[in-house]
Ligand binder design. Sequence first.
Ligand SMILES: [Cu+2]
Length: 143
Amino acid sequence: MKNIIVILAITVYFTLSQAFAEVGKLGEPNNVSRVIAVEMTFNRFNPSEINVKRGETIKFILKNISKKKHEFMIDTMDNLKKHAEMMRKYPDMEHTESNMVTVASGKTGELIWQFTEVGTIDFACPMHGHSKGMRGKIIVTDN
Ligand SMILES: [Cu+2]
């Protein structure tokens, strides 16, 4: 019974997380227009505010300089909160979502993302207890 609930919860979660339209989409490595380095400290992202132009494909280099594992997830605040709730219930869940990357202590990860809509997009580390401090904004503007 417990397994069925887990599968149901994950199915609902993935269905909800398909709505990427307003935050952009996974970028193509050949189209990267800019590289932005982001440090993951013990409880912060640095920088926590990032400016991009609509249409840009950014390669984010995530450098985890802390002693614990972190994640970098780009999404709406609603979806980030839903994901954080899933992580609280199932802290060891494996991730395959395209809009996030998991980075072990001392390691570097990368995520290529294309910003297709003007607006403010959120990012956060959805790991349990992290997202209060580990969050930031990506501001997408027209030229
Ligand atoms: Cu974290």
